[in-house]
Design a protein around this ligand. Structure first.
Ligand code: UDP
Ligand code: MG
Length: 172
């Protein structure tokens, strides 16, 4: 006999009520050209899958300079901006949307700090790269920027909705 998924207990008195909306928070994650060239797509996807986040969209593309300039527009006055756009357009990237409770914040924790040297072991940047200018992965830094980035990189019809059979085993 197969085990039935436990009943959700979010309505229990005193427990935080986590709405469906919270669980469907989305973030934009991109494996940068160095991550792709170094064969790290599988390792990075594995970490998000194993955590319990849900893949909503994924594409492999050579991003245009215009797209990358727009993606990093908030950094346009920083001295590293031209080099950053060049690096990001130097090869294909794997662009993804992941979904789940607090996925923006937790995704950033999983990435580690911007500078890999400051990133703890166990994080993606802490484990897999060395220099800030070759830090292998992008992750949205707020829900607002996630929404902006998702609409910049994906058409609405590219975001796939489906029911995950693991949902009731991942959330209370
Ligand atoms: N970057 C860089 N030099 C710096 C700071 C940032 O080359 O001194 C690059 C790095 O690839 C970083 C990206 O610019 O990931 C965007 O910077 P941001 O501060 O948004 O960091 P992130 O959100 O990626 O951690
Ligand atoms: Mg950023």
């Amino acid at each position: 006999m197969s085990a039935a998924a436990p009943r959700r207990s979010s309505a229990r008195p005193g427990s935080p009520v986590r709405t469906m909306a919270a669980k469907t928070e989305r973030t934009f994650i991109a494996i940068k050209p160095d991550g792709v060239q170094r064969g790290l797509i599988g390792e990075i996807v594995k970490r998000f899958e194993q955590k319990g986040f849900r893949l909503v969209a994924m594409k492999f593309l050579q991003a245009s300079e215009d797209l990358l300039k727009e993606h990093y527009i908030d950094l346009k006055d920083r001295p590293f901006y031209p080099g950053l756009v060049k690096y990001m357009s130097s090869g294909p990237v794997a662009a993804m949307v992941w979904e789940g409770l607090n996925v923006v914040k937790t995704g950033r924790v999983m990435l580690g700090e911007t500078n890999p040297a400051d990133s703890k072991p166990g994080t993606i940047r802490g484990d897999l790269c060395i220099e800030v200018g070759r830090n292998i992965i992008h992750g949205s830094d707020s829900v607002d920027s996630a929404n902006k980035e998702i609409s910049l990189w994906f058409k609405p019809e590219e975001l796939v909705s489906y029911k995950s059979c693991a949902q009731d085993w991942i959330y209370e």
